[in-house]
Design a binder for this molecule. Structure first.
Ligand SMILES: NC(=O)c1ccc[n+]([C@@H]2O[C@H](COP(=O)([O-])OP(=O)(O)OC[C@H]3O[C@@H](n4cnc5c(N)ncnc54)[C@H](OP(=O)(O)O)[C@@H]3O)[C@@H](O)[C@H]2O)c1
Length: 410
């Protein structure tokens, strides 16, 4: 096991509020020493999040600088507070059950939130100290061995892990947010139809797949501003794709069943549904009813924010729910807002993830889904030196894949 060096590289933000990512500076600093209850992690990879961009821009109040950003990472446990050589934590799952976890040297772990990159130095560095209470183990099943040698013969090296550092690094915050927003924010139940507003975001692409494969959604709609990204949404499993125009309005298309809704016809499920709908339409024509197909949804995961929120609410059936999760449009407040602008009987809620949500999601099951490619996670991999470029891409709109910085192999 390599020994821990005395200095390591870290990306430091010296002062917030500077619009350009040039404020992110790659420097050499002493390797931090864990306090009681913390572990020292060798960071193998970290995901890039908009929350970090907002902190860099000075929009997260009450933080002191210089600060190392980064709200999540995956890594190996390489140290404990002086006199410790392992650490046991207790997580209260319900009022009746408490689960204990033990962390030892070289354990592969994931963390997110819990003040990381805000109240304590974050994951944009080669070594970071994290409260053990905010860690989850990562279990990667050993691939079936092709080694038929007897135990007395020379062992071949074990096969490489079935998942890359980049994909693993994309998971903690993305799975926590997506699972939490669908399970507790929107409280999706089987057979509901859900619109993912901002479908090409990393969270949107994950949500489409979880809705189809884990939540039993009957129909998933998704939006993008770009016709070039329709195929990406279909590949993720969207039944219906709507192109978000410059006015941020799709409710007309949804109610008229028009626009890119045509894409549903190509999928197997979509085509059976389409035939049924066409038959119903034919019958209703005979009854003298309007020719429109109403494609309104039961629920909407709102990842774009205030610029599309009211229109998303108008895409829902009465009694439907829209959950505010993201703020892509750059506008934090609704202007000239009256509560009566919300369509009749539509409900509104918000979701903001926390450490509690990191522990509430079925992490082991979801990681296995990713390893076995039931859930596909597109990633774009960068090095620490690319950090300014990565923030520039995020500022320009991002999407299509989760951006991750990789520092080492699993
Ligand atoms: N509440 C929480 O706990 C929580 C946690 C994590 C993230 N979030 C939020 O979730 C959202 C998605 O995050 P992400 O990291 O997955 O995003 P991302 O991968 O960077 O994707 C952003 C997407 O938003 C669209 N977009 C970008 N700029 C836009 C604009 N000005 N107007 C409308 N659409 C725009 C783009 O889609 P097209 O170009 O295809 O239209 C792009 O694919 C963010 O708002 C983030 O802050 C919330």
């Amino acid at each position: 096991m390599p020994s821990t060096p005395s200095t390591a590289r870290a990306i430091i933000t010296h002062s917030p509020g500077i619009p350009s990512p040039s404020t992110l500076s790659l420097e050499s600093i002493p390797v931090p020493v864990p306090k009681a209850g913390q572990v020292l992690l060798r960071v193998l990879g970290f995901g890039i999040n908009r929350a970090e961009m907002y902190t860099r821009q000075g929009l997260s109040p009450g933080l002191s600088f210089p600060l190392t950003l980064g709200i999540e990472c995956v890594g190996r446990v390489v140290g404990f507070a002086p006199n410790d050589d392992a650490i046991t934590t207790a997580t209260t799952k319900t009022t009746k059950t408490t689960k204990t976890k033990q962390f030892r040297h070289n354990d592969l772990v994931a963390t997110c939130m819990g003040g990381l990159g805000r109240q304590i130095p974050g994951s944009y560095q080669e070594y970071t100290c994290v409260p053990a209470a905010n860690l989850r183990h990562i279990h990667i099943p050993t691939p079936p061995s092709t080694n038929n040698a007897s135990p007395l013969q020379t062992q071949r090296p074990s096969p490489p892990p079935q998942i890359s550092t980049a994909v693993l690094a994309a998971l903690p915050e993305m799975l926590q947010t997506t699972w939490g927003a669908l399970a507790s924010g929107l409280a999706v139940v089987p057979h509901e139809s859900v619109l993912v507003r901002g479908g090409t975001s990393s969270i949107g692409l994950c949500a489409i797949q979880l809705l189809k494969k884990k939540f039993g959604a009957s129909r998933v709609g998704a939006t993008t501003r770009s016709a070039d990204r329709v195929e990406m949404l279909r590949a993720a499993g969207a039944d219906v794709v709507f192109i978000d125009g410059e006015d941020g309005k799709i409710a007309g298309q949804v109610m008229a069943g028009s626009g890119a809704a045509v894409h549903a016809r190509d999928s197997k499920e979509g085509s059976a549904k389409q035939k049924r709908k066409e038959k119903e339409k034919e019958e209703s024509k005979h009854e003298g009813e309007a020719e429109q197909q109403d494609l309104r949804f039961d629920k909407c995961l709102e990842l774009i924010g205030t610029t599309t929120f009211l229109d998303s609410a108008a895409c829902l059936k009465p009694g439907g729910t829209v959950c505010m999760v993201g703020m892509q449009g750059g506008q934090w407040e609704l202007t000239n807002f009256s509560p009566f602008m919300i369509p009749n009987r539509v409900r509104v809620c918000a979701y903001g993830g926390s450490t509690q949500d990191f522990f509430a999601m079925p992490w082991d099951e979801l990681v296995l889904d990713v390893i076995e490619r039931r859930i596909v996670v597109p990633v774009r991999e960068y090095a620490m030196e690319d950090i300014q470029k990565v923030h520039e891409i995020m500022e320009a709109g991002g999407g299509g894949a989760k951006m991750v910085v990789v520092l080492g192999e699993l």
